[in-house]
Design a protein around this ligand. Structure first.
Ligand code: T46
Length: 147
């Protein structure tokens, strides 16, 4: 996809297209097929999280997501089973695409920060891996299957 700014634990960091209207702020947008390569079936957002609280601690088997922080500062810690890396989200025009099984943790660095997520599937608890040991086995199995 376009506007790749690098990767974090194998997940793409993208520059979300933004339009500035002089004196009136900015508008950012992304489109399926142009900016992300999956159809969006669900949008959710997480807010009201106290500073210092960490959420997540899971991976997904199939789900693809674009995460961005339109307001505040949130550290996203990503682990693909081999590499653990982090990115601080504090720019509304930066997004992270998680499109393969990746363990994630989200640490609220500032009160009132919001995390928005565009997801490829409806909510399905069976898609979650909430145990880190199981996650390592899952990505290990995947690696073996692809040999
Ligand atoms: C993810 C990270 C970035 C629903 O009922 N529908 C939904 O669409 C979602 C996302 C959650 N829920 C329920 C499930 C739990 O009872 O909301 C509750 C909190 O969910 P969870 O503890 O999974 O929230 P986080 O912040 O740990 O993780 C969320 C997403 O669940 C997850 O897919 O990648 O944000």
């Amino acid at each position: 996809m376009t506007n790749t700014e690098g990767t974090v634990a194998g997940c793409g960091v993208i520059r979300i297209r933004s339009v500035a209207t002089p004196g009136e702020g900015e508008l950012s947008f992304f489109e399926t097929g142009r900016d992300i390569d999956f159809e969006i079936k669900r949008i959710y957002y997480i807010y009201g999280v106290p500073e210092g609280i960490c959420r997540g601690f899971h991976a997904h088997k199939e789900l693809k997501q674009l995460l961005f922080c339109p307001y505040g500062e949130i550290r996203l810690i990503l682990d693909n089973g081999t590499v653990r890396e982090e990115i601080t989200l504090n720019d509304p025009s930066i997004g992270v695409v998680i499109d393969k099984p990746t363990w994630r943790e989200m640490l609220w660095l500032k009160k009132d920060s919001a995390l928005c997520v565009a997801a490829s599937e409806l909510y399905k608890e069976e898609d979650y891996i909430r145990d880190y040991g199981e996650f390592l086995k899952y990505v290990g199995q995947e690696k073996n299957e692809s040999l």
